[in-house]
Design a protein around this ligand. Structure first.
Ligand code: SF4
Ligand code: SF4
Ligand code: FES
Length: 228
C-alpha cells in the first residue's frame, strides 16, 4: 500500500511503467528493466553522456535534460536519443589565429545564429550559450571561452538549434584558442611542465600506482594544497 503511494507512472519509448517517485530518468529506466550501455557515464551530471528528451504530463513542450539529474514526474513521457549531431571541424591548433576569421572558416554556421536563446534555455549547466555564440560573432574569443567553460558537451543546445550550430564544439575551439594564444602565461605552470618532461615525478607516480586503494585515498585527502 505505502509502496503504491510512492510510485509514479512514466512512459518510456511509448510503454507504460511504474517507478518510485523521486527517481531520476536514469534510475527510472533501470528500474523499468532497461540496461544502459550507452548514454550513461558518471551518473553525477559531469560527463554529459546522458542527454534525454521528455514531455511532462499535459504539456506540449518537448524538454531536454540530463537523465542522471532530471527527476521524473507522474505521466512523464521519456525518449532516449541515440546521439546528438556533433559536426566537429578538423584543425591544427598550431596553425590557427585566435580571432573571428578562424570561426568563419571552420564553423560558418555560427553566423546564422538568429538569437532565439533556445540553447541557453535548455542548457543543464545554466550556461549563457547564446551569449558565447554572440561573443564569437563579435570576435571576443576570450569571453566565449570563459562563458562556455563549464560546458559538459551533452549536446542539448545543438539538438534544439534552428541554425544547426554545434555550440559545444564551437565553445571548445574558443577555449583551445584562448588557452594557447590569449590566456596570461603562468610561469609556475611552465616550470611544472618542464619538471614533468624531465621525469622529476616518475618515481612518485610509480609508487602511487601500486599503492592499495585505502592508502591512496588517505594520501589524497591529506595532500598539501598550495593556493597562491
Ligand atoms: S552548452 Fe550545450 S553541450 Fe554544453 S552543457 Fe550546455 S547544453 Fe550541454
Ligand atoms: S539556439 Fe542556435 S540560433 Fe538560437 S540563440 Fe542558440 S545558437 Fe543562436
Ligand atoms: S551520466 Fe554523466 S552527466 Fe549523466
Amino acid at each position: 500500500m505505502s509502496e503504491e503511494r510512492n510510485m509514479v507512472t512514466v512512459y518510456i519509448l511509448g510503454e507504460h511503467f511504474m517507478v518510485p517517485e523521486g527517481s531520476t530518468i536514469m534510475t527510472a529506466l533501470e528500474y523499468s528493466g532497461f540496461q544502459l550501455k550507452r548514454g550513461v557515464g558518471c551518473r553525477e551530471g559531469f560527463c554529459g553522456a546522458c542527454a534525454t528528451v521528455y514531455r511532462e504530463k499535459g504539456e506540449y513542450k518537448l524538454k531536454g535534460g540530463l537523465a542522471c539529474q532530471t527527476v521524473v514526474s507522474d505521466g512523464m513521457t521519456i525518449a532516449r536519443i541515440p546521439f546528438v549531431p556533433a559536426e566537429k571541424a578538423a584543425y591544427n591548433l598550431e596553425e590557427l589565429k585566435p580571432d573571428v576569421s578562424t570561426f568563419v572558416e571552420l564553423y560558418p554556421s555560427v553566423f546564422r545564429c538568429v538569437s532565439c536563446n533556445t540553447c541557453t534555455k535548455i542548457c543543464p549547466q545554466d550556461i549563457n550559450v547564446m551569449d558565447y555564440i554572440q561573443d564569437i560573432i563579435k570576435g571576443d574569443i576570450a569571453s566565449a571561452a570563459q562563458t562556455s567553460f563549464d560546458c559538459i558537451r551533452c549536446g542539448l543546445c545543438a539538438l534544439r538549434c534552428p541554425a544547426e550550430i554545434v555550440q559545444f564544439n564551437v565553445g571548445m575551439l574558443a577555449q583551445r584558442l584562448y588557452g594557447k594564444y590569449l590566456a596570461p602565461k603562468s610561469p609556475e605552470l611552465e616550470t611544472r611542465v618542464a619538471e614533468i618532461e624531465e621525469g622529476k615525478y616518475e618515481s612518485e607516480i610509480k609508487r602511487l600506482k601500486v599503492l592499495p586503494k585505502e592508502e591512496l585515498v588517505k594520501e589524497y585527502y591529506e595532500r598539501d594544497i598550495k593556493i597562491t
